[in-house]
Design a protein around this ligand. Structure first.
Ligand SMILES: [Zn+2]
Length: 316
């Protein structure tokens, strides 16, 4: 995951740049569901039940395996609902989820490449991972909104009424059961993940910066260096590395594709993801607007070919 704030801002920028169309209006009306969709499967990283269940954490499974079948199942589920509030909410959520897919699959290989080149997922590599994402959250928020990270109310971006929780929970359950039958994702688990995300975002807000200071202090005592404190919602005291966004275009290697040295900077990776996202949103709008069965199927197949089946971690 790039950070929570980065995912949100990526979605906001895309909404501003989208062509005027029905899906854009739907997102305006259901911006809370869209903002939640932009967080992709990340809310389940914060879900206590998801973390301990035998069948695995949906967030881990959905990051490791290709996400294409899940996304297409989600789009189809939304597109088959009768038109109304529930469908509009689900469409907005699905549109946001596509943003998470594009951003994660483009940026994660770089984040792992510079923080965990062996993709060991060792706890000691998480310090650079989370602190790099914090650098990005901080810089983007300042650039796009002129705002300090500590003043950003992350949990308020996901404003959703109970029926919206239900609509998204049902859509997630159906899409997960279709794409990952072994995950055994039931409605209770999927719906409570939304609540877990909102609570986590609220708890991570750090207006006074005291939480960050305390988290770093505790982690230094426990582990000798900070690990998870990078995700607390205020600017880190130190920059994660000398050139976190690779503006000098130094070579880096995707841990899952070690035969290729890449030199893209983080802004270049994000711009590429952004262009793809806008194209995908336009196709998604056409799909959701289609009523004729044959045409709808053609658009669906075209969309499936465009989406592909990349992993959120490796981008492959
Ligand atoms: Zn993610």
């Amino acid at each position: 995951m790039p950070g929570i704030t980065t995912h949100y801002l990526f979605g906001i920028k895309a909404w501003h740049r989208m062509e005027k169309c029905a899906l854009r209006n739907t997102i305006s009306s259901f911006h809370g569901a869209y903002a939640l969709g932009e967080q992709g499967p990340d809310p389940y990283f914060f879900h206590p039940i998801a973390r301990i269940r035998k069948a695995g954490n949906p967030a881990d499974i959905m990051h490791h395996e290709g996400l294409g079948p899940f996304l297409m199942a989600l789009f189809q589920y939304a597109g088959d609902l009768p038109r109304g509030k529930e469908r509009a909410c689900t469409e907005a959520y699905a549109a946001g989820f596509l943003g998470h897919y594009e951003l994660d699959s483009a940026v994660h290989p770089y984040v792992y490449g510079v923080s965990d080149p062996q993709a060991s997922h060792d706890i000691n590599t998480l310090e650079t991972h989370f602190f790099l994402e914090n650098d990005l959250d901080t810089a983007l928020l300042y650039r796009m909104k002129g705002m300090d990270l500590k003043d950003f109310r992350m949990h308020a971006t996901i404003s959703m009424t109970p029926y919206m929780h239900r609509a998204v929970g049902e859509a997630l359950t159906a899409a997960c059961q279709s794409a990952y039958p072994d995950m055994k994702a039931g409605y209770f688990l999927m719906r409570t993940g939304i609540t877990a995300e909102r609570m986590a975002l609220f708890l991570l807000e750090d207006r006074t910066r005291l939480k960050k200071k305390l988290a770093i202090w505790v982690e230094k005592k426990l582990f000798g260096h900070p690990i998870f404190s990078g995700i607390v919602g205020s600017k880190d005291p130190e920059i994660s590395m000398e050139d976190p966004f690779n503006l000098r275009k130094t070579g880096w290697v995707n841990p899952w594709q070690t035969d290729k040295v890449r030199t893209e900077s983080l802004p270049e990776l994000m711009n590429g993801a952004f262009d793809r996202y806008l194209e995908g949103l336009s196709m998604l709008n056409t799909y959701f607007s289609s009523t004729d069965g044959d045409r709808k199927e053609r658009v669906y197949n075209k969309l499936a070919a465009f989406v592909g089946n990349r992993s959120l971690h490796s981008g492959l």
